[in-house]
Ligand binder design. Structure first.
Ligand code: S3P
Length: 438
């Protein structure tokens, strides 16, 4: 197994193929960690993603008074505190996790506590005004004590009023933060999205019976004020992470004659636009939905068969539904015939790294022709990949994994530096890579 703390040498794969299950969904694991921690009584969670990001959220909830442990069967058991959050002893560190920090900001806004949320250097460079602004309108005091509107974020929470808010950017994190705050506000809170984003929070609040209403692009929750709505612990099954599976779909799609199947993977339609793009590029994609998880979050089995790929145009409303897959899409675009143009994706510049710049620099290192714009990039394929010993993760898990997938298709090994970040979302990435390439 590759040592994630060091540079990793990824060799070209003689073969790619097989069937695996990927670890649980990251977005859903964060939401489960938060909402089960404020439920009454015990929740039992199957498939919680044991990655650094989600463990940070779980630890933060423990600092606020919940208790959680993994039992002998590897199930996560969370003893909720019924919504009575405790004042933590000091600042809460969310590591690399933007989702953890922004969602917790929303939760804390409606509680009479004074809490500082912080994280690693990457997280402390990411924009937080987008979440501070609506929470302040609701009545919380949110102080961005970092540079240029970044974390540490100090939240002095308390009595909130419901608001009606048009999101200026399509962000599921900001939407979720407002909805979580809305649960503890007086009156109704409504959020309007400029384009549909992942709806895991809405689905989970619906499954908890918390009276969420969705009309077109408007999502509303009824707040219960400081007397928060109360829900009970339950049993949850988290499907496999589509964004983790996407690396293997991409690996197979780019090599004619190969076939990869991922079972039990989440198929929330707000997450799977990458499959549509792979089809447009020429890959064969077969989706078979499971019957379990049908109500809460759809899941199923996806098989991708590689064919000769062609370049595509990607932009507009599909971007939020494949935002995390764009690094690996840019990687395999290097192997497609013709130009792949990705636009309307300026949000990539404020992810764990500037993903437009990071992918362009790495692709150039292996001989790929790339042009960048403020909101995307154009990749010209097919490239004759040349090996590089200088690929960089830029501390960003998805950049490291995207370049590892591309290296499988090269002619000689490539070195990717600083791969420790992969553990933030997919600690078993290299084990799964071995399973699918041996
Ligand atoms: C996420 C939302 C997206 C996504 C991130 C996870 C979530 O971020 O990129 O990986 O779980 O809500 P934005 O809300 O910043 O678009």
């Amino acid at each position: 197994m590759a040592d994630l703390s060091s540079s990793v040498l990824v060799a070209p794969a003689a073969r790619i193929g097989g069937e695996i299950a990927v670890p649980g969904d990251k977005s859903i694991s964060h939401r489960i960690a938060i909402l089960c921690s404020i439920a009454r009584g015990e929740s039992v969670v199957h498939g919680f993603l044991r990655c650094e990001d989600c463990l940070h959220t779980l630890r933060a909830m423990a600092a606020l008074g919940a208790r959680a442990h993994f039992d002998a069967d590897d199930l996560l058991r969370i003893e909720g505190n019924g919504g009575r959050l405790l004042q933590p002893a000091g600042p809460m560190d969310l590591g690399n996790s933007g989702t953890g920090l922004r969602l917790l900001a929303g939760l804390l806004a409606g509680h009479p506590l004074d809490v500082t949320l912080t994280g690693d250097e990457s997280l402390r460079s990411r924009p937080m005004r987008r979440v501070a602004e609506p929470l302040e309108r609701m009545g919380a005091q949110v102080v961005l004590t970092g540079e240029r509107g970044a974390a540490p974020v100090r939240i002095v929470g308390g009595r909130l009023r419901g608001i009606s808010y048009d999101l200026p950017i399509a962000s599921a994190q900001v939407k979720s933060a407002i909805l979580l705050a809305g649960l503890f506000a007086e009156g109704v809170t409504t959020v309007r999205e400029p384009a549909p984003t992942r709806d895991h929070t809405e689905r989970l609040l619906g499954a908890l019976g918390l009276g969420i209403q969705i009309e077109g692009d408007r999502i509303s929750v009824n707040g219960a004020g400081l007397e928060a709505p109360r829900w009970h612990g339950a049993e949850w099954r988290i499907p496999g992470d589509f964004s983790a599976a996407a690396f293997w779909f991409a690996a197979a799609a780019a090599r004619p004659g190969t076939e990869v199947t991922i079972r039990g993977v989440g198929l929330n339609p707000r997450r799977t636009a990458f499959l549509d793009v792979l089809r447009r590029m020429g890959a064969e994609v077969e989706v078979e939905r499971d019957l379990v998880c049908e109500v809460w979050e759809p899941a199923g089995r996806v098989t991708v068969r590689g064919r000769g790929l062609r370049g595509v145009e990607v932009g507009g409303a599909e971007i939020p539904n494949l935002i995390d897959e764009i690094p690996v899409l840019a990687a395999i675009a290097a192997l497609a015939e013709g130009e792949t143009r990705i636009r309307d994706a300026a949000e990539l510049r404020v992810k764990e790294s500037d993903r437009i710049a990071a992918m362009a620099e790495n692709l150039r290192r292996v001989g790929v022709e790339v042009e960048t714009t403020e909101d995307g990039l154009t990749v010209r394929g097919p490239a004759a990949l040349r090996p590089s010993d200088a690929l960089q993760s830029y501390g960003d898990h998805r950049i490291a994994m995207a370049m590892a997938v591309l290296a499988l298709h090269g002619s000689a090994p490539c070195a990717i530096h600083n791969c420790a970040c992969i553990a933030t979302s997919y600690p078993t990435f290299f084990q799964d890579l071995e399973l699918l390439t041996r």
